[in-house]
Ligand binder design. Structure first.
Ligand code: ATP
Ligand code: MG
Length: 716
């Protein structure tokens, strides 16, 4: 028991041992909130004898869930780590058990964006639509709006319809938006797919309408703990309320200064009002920062101090002094990238591993010049995102093989039946599509039923069927073995070797490594279906961590992480803060984002920016976030030309005045019924404070519209 509390300060100990009732931790970056959370898990299990399966621990990303499982495993020595997951991941677990309540089988598939796009391709082709009618991204947004805002109940009723009825609705639909929506629902139901929105909405629906199931989960989850609570959104909040309604043991930790997802519906009010909503709440503060040197913290405090709407709290350093925070000004973006590469090279020569360095940026497009510089200096690096790792063709193909073995669904079938080539081209696929439609069965069933027919002579369809059947028959094969076997025996890897596609082979090797890591943290007994449901939620942050490479990622992706050496690049006006920052609130969120970036650094922090011209030809200025920091705290390595800083200050002051002006326009909240003089009546489904525009669904229009806050809307 004592061990569990070792290496914790007094407030952390309090957070760990105050197990009953509502407990809220509000504390700054690097103060050991996440450390306290994982120790608390160990305390519950080892100290109090609570069963891990009775604890729900919600993390913000899969990556932090994995880390947490490992920490808990190391602390408790127990393989059962309970429900340690993101909200989405937890919903998968609920639906695996209770999806029958929404008329869905347990063998549902989780659809990611590229699966949705695959479905859309079919619908567009069937109904002769083109991207000019609506882009895929717009269609996905439309689905999201319909599912989350337009009476979720209505969508649930739709999805509960028998397949034939859905098909009829699809066939009868006349307007583009309806065609796509019903077409999507039909295809979705056909393969028993659930998208990310469904995961949350379905689970919430089950909890709110099925008291017995809710009771079961409430009774099971004796303790609920949530990390990064400052970024929880409304639906997640309802889910949480439903879950802790019986034992009423809820522990949340967050830092209001790190709220960076309000653009996606998160709200810090849930953290700040927590005590009002839950009388008897115990609030614990943590002031010391264990992560960063005093120099880094002073810069961070100085930066976040410029936000007007915040509760003032400074991070107190615990660590010994280190090097000053450095600033580099390059003449061009290439200069800037070269300097970063040269610095990392020096660090490597001094013995630092590559993975101790991270380059953070506001947006992905900044990676281009970095990549060129790293290639030149032969510095190995990994970009988290860009073309998303899990969206790459070879990764989707590999997962489709696994998925076909588990579900025999059409989506996966279409993906891999002719990869590698088996002579199953368009003509034969059309034949199968038609058969499947007339028999009312899946493509896989259509193929197995017609395998002996003339049309499949000269193809390798039979070998394909045998391969899939053999792997399906194998009793609970570990995922890693199934994956290696399928990639090898299908000839998929051989195809890549012939093509000389080394990068793709490397990616597959990385996938295998990730599967291996999954098995070691989640237990080998978790089968293919289990893995797949979670894999659909994986993002780039979940990639194998073993490689010694420099990490390149956006600040959003770096949330909760820490690195000895952090380079924060592209610190220019118009980049960070982005040009799209149009209100004071949005500017404060950008500043919080910069604060998150700065507080990821443990030993050394460098802020870099470049001069030159922006896209519209105007000069580029250093970011206001660099100027926010007390100049005494910064060491300029290559200062900009005399006068640039002064010019920048003038420009920034002007932009602040503009922001204050724009912010006076008051936005109507989502849900407000409005009337437009031309479009007629409608409802606001979203109000985007960054872009200063609404998304409105008008009764008479097929698609939702984006309109400026200044649009002539009146409440109706
Ligand atoms: P963030 O707000 O960025 O998520 P956090 O509050 O969750 O930060 P942690 O990641 O838990 O902070 O801790 C930051 C660092 O400080 C980690 O390296 C952790 O191991 C270390 N740390 C936390 N508490 C202590 C402590 N009491 N003594 C020594 N080191 C600590
Ligand atoms: Mg944390």
């Amino acid at each position: 028991m004592k061990d569990i509390l070792e290496g914790l300060n007094a407030s952390q100990r309090e957070a760990v041992t105050a197990t009953e009732g509502y407990v809220r931790v509000i504390a700054g970056a690097g103060s050991g909130k996440t450390r306290a959370l994982s120790r608390r898990f160990a305390w519950l299990v080892d100290g109090l004898g609570v069963i891990p399966g009775r604890i729900l621990c919600v993390t913000f990303s899969n990556k932090s869930a994995n880390e947490m499982r490992q920490r808990i495993h190391a602390l408790t020595g127990d393989n059962d780590t309970g429900y340690v997951n993101t909200f989405h991941g937890f919903c998968v677990s609920v639906l695996q058990e209770d999806s029958h309540a929404v008329q869905y089988p347990k063998s549902f598939i989780v659809l990611d964006n590229s699966d949705i796009d695959d479905i859309l391709r079919i619908v567009y082709a069937e109904r002769g639509l083109t991207l000019r009618d609506m882009t895929f991204a717009e269609a996905r947004d439309m689905f999201e709006i319909r599912k989350l805002f337009k009476e979720p109940r209505y969508c649930l009723d739709l999805i509960a319809l028998p397949l034939e009825r859905l098909r009829k609705k699809y066939e009868e639909a006349a307007e583009t938006a309806d065609i796509l929506f019903y077409g999507y629902l039909y295809q979705q139901k056909k393969c028993f797919g659930l998208d990310y929105n469904d995961l949350i909405v379905f689970t919430l629906h089950i909890f709110e309408r099925e008291p017995e199931i809710r009771r079961k989960w409430q009774q099971r989850l004796e303790y609920v703990m949530i990390d990064e609570f400052q970024d929880i959104d409304g639906l997640q909040y309802r889910l949480m309320e439903a879950l802790c309604g019986f034992h009423k043991n809820l522990f949340v930790v967050g830092d209001p200064d790190q709220t960076i997802y309000t653009w996606r519906g998160a709200s810090v009010k849930y953290l700040l009002d927590f005590d009002a909503r839950h009388p008897g709440t115990r609030t614990i503060m943590m002031m010391e920062n264990y992560r960063s040197t005093p120099q880094i913290l002073a810069a961070a405090n100085s930066l976040i101090g410029k936000n007007e709407t915040r509760v003032k709290k400074d991070l107190l350093p615990v660590r010994a002094p280190g090097a000053p925070v450095r600033c580099f000004h390059g003449e061009t973006a290439e200069d800037e990238a070269r300097w970063i590469a040269a610095e990392i090279k020096k660090l490597r020569e001094a013995g630092a591993p590559c993975k101790s360095c991270a380059v953070l940026y506001r947006a992905h497009y900044l990676t281009r010049s970095l990549e060129a510089a790293f290639l030149k200096e032969k510095i190995p690096y990994t970009i988290y995102a860009g073309v998303q790792f899990y969206d790459r063709a070879e990764i989707k193909d590999a997962l489709a093989y696994l998925r076909l073995v588990a579900y025999r669904d059409d989506l996966s079938f279409r993906r891999v039946v002719n990869a590698p080539r088996r002579n199953m081209g368009a003509r034969r696929m059309a034949f199968l599509e038609e058969r499947a439609a007339s028999l009312g069965c899946s493509l896989w069933e259509a193929l197995t039923a017609t395998l002996d027919e003339e049309i499949f002579k000269g193809t390798r369809a039979a070998a394909f069927v045998r391969l899939i059947e053999r792997f399906s028959a194998a009793p609970v094969l570990p995922v890693s073995e199934a994956l290696s076997g399928l990639l090898d025996e299908s000839g998929y890897e051989a195809m890549l070797r012939t093509e000389g596609a080394q990068q793709r082979l490397d990616n597959l090797a990385e996938l295998k490594q990730a599967v291996h890591e999954y098995e070691t943290t989640c237990g080998e007994e978790s089968g293919v279906a289990d893995y797949l449901r979670h894999a659909a939620l994986f993002t780039d942050g979940d990639r194998a961590e073993s490689a010694d490479t420099v990490r390149l990622m956006t600040v959003h992706a770096a949330k909760g992480l820490e690195f000895p050496h952090v380079f924060l690049c592209g610190m220019n006006e118009g980049v960070f803060p982005t040009r799209r920052t149009r209100t004071l609130q949005a500017m404060e969120e950008e500043r919080r984002l910069a604060f998150v970036a700065v507080t990821r650094a443990r030993d050394a922090l460098c802020l870099t920016e470049a001069g030159g011209r922006t896209l519209d030809g105007s000069p580029r200025y250093p970011s206001r976030f660099v100027l926010d920091i007390d100049p005494e705290l910064l060491q300029h390595v290559a200062p900009p030309r005399p006068g640039l800083i002064e010019e920048a200050r003038e420009r920034i002051a002007e932009s602040e005045r503009q922001l204050r002006c724009d912010s006076r326009i008051e936005a109507l909240p989502p849900g407000t019924k409005v009337t437009h003089p031309v479009f007629g009546p409608g409802v606001i489904v979203d109000a985007d404070a960054d872009e200063l525009c609404y998304t409105v669904r008008f009764d008479r229009l097929a698609t939702p519209r984006r309109l400026s806050f200044k649009a002539p809307l009146t409440r109706s």
